[in-house]
Design a binder for this molecule. Structure first.
Ligand SMILES: Cc1cc2nc3c(=O)[nH]c(=O)nc-3n(C[C@H](O)[C@H](O)[C@H](O)COP(=O)(O)O)c2cc1C
Length: 226
């Protein structure tokens, strides 16, 4: 069983999974643990849909890919990525993306393969379990606190999954098509999709799963005042 530090340091996003469903009991334990995530005023703003139904997941993926094929760039409740990328974040994004394509030997100009790799998000990288996390629109109407809480909830899911040998990939790609997800799932009107998390058994033979983007040195992100 990994320690918390080990789980933090060893986790990485996995983008290829075995065709094997995680037992509902395990998903329940992960979500029970994640429910202990702190939140402002204990409002627990996360509203999760834990989906293991292959047909439903296929329908969501089909609907998103269809939208993309229509040329729609996003159909979303919230804008996840910066509208204007500035350095050093812009550079980090480029380095991380380039590193993945280099590992997979995908040419910078090979748009078709790059698009296919993005579509893989909506095929859930072959996994059979996806958790979609929504919040009430009222929570994020002129306020951002619920986004902070739901971000912490995401990390709780990722770390708790480690204890069960379950790997994961957080997804902002679904955030961009949150309204499509909401329509397919027939979600109540008051909810907005924030993100999803793919959970499953890693395909250990998949080269893509060896990708571990580095982090900047602590001095670049932390100021110690002693
Ligand atoms: C909110 C959020 C959204 C993300 N969205 C995606 C996504 O849509 N597709 C994907 O392949 N990875 C996605 N990632 C994974 C990041 O690319 C990854 O966390 C980052 O490159 C660091 O790598 P690591 O998770 O392997 O340590 C997302 C991560 C976060 C936290």
């Amino acid at each position: 069983m990994p320690t918390v530090l080990e789980a933090l340091q060893n986790r990485s996003s996995k983008r290829a999974y075995l065709d094997k469903t995680v037992p509902k009991e395990t998903i329940t334990k992960i979500l029970e643990a994640a429910a202990h995530t702190p939140s402002g005023a204990n409002m627990q703003p996360w509203v999760s849909y834990a989906i293991s139904n292959k047909e439903v997941l296929k329908n969501i993926g089909d609907a998103i890919i269809e939208k993309m094929n229509e040329g729609v760039e996003h159909d979303q409740f919230i804008q996840y990525y910066p509208v204007k990328w500035v350095n050093p974040y812009k550079k980090r994004r480029i380095v991380t993306g380039a590193g993945l394509y280099k590992l997979m030997e995908v040419d910078r100009k090979d748009n078709e393969t790059r698009l296919q790799m993005w579509h893989d998000n909506f095929r859930w990288f072959g996994a059979s379990n996806v958790i979609f996390v929504f919040t009430d629109k009222a929570n994020i109407d002129g306020a951002q606190g619920a986004l902070i809480d739901c971000g912490a909830y995401m990390q709780s899911i990722l770390l708790a999954a480690q204890e069960f040998g379950i790997e994961s990939c957080p997804q902002g790609s679904t955030t961009e098509f949150g309204k499509v997800v909401a329509r397919v799932l027939d979600i109540p009107d008051n909810l907005a999709l924030l993100y999803s998390v793919v959970l499953g058994y890693e395909d250990k033979d998949a080269k893509i799963n060896t990708y571990q983007p580095t982090r900047v040195k602590l001095q670049e992100s932390v100021t110690f005042i002693d």
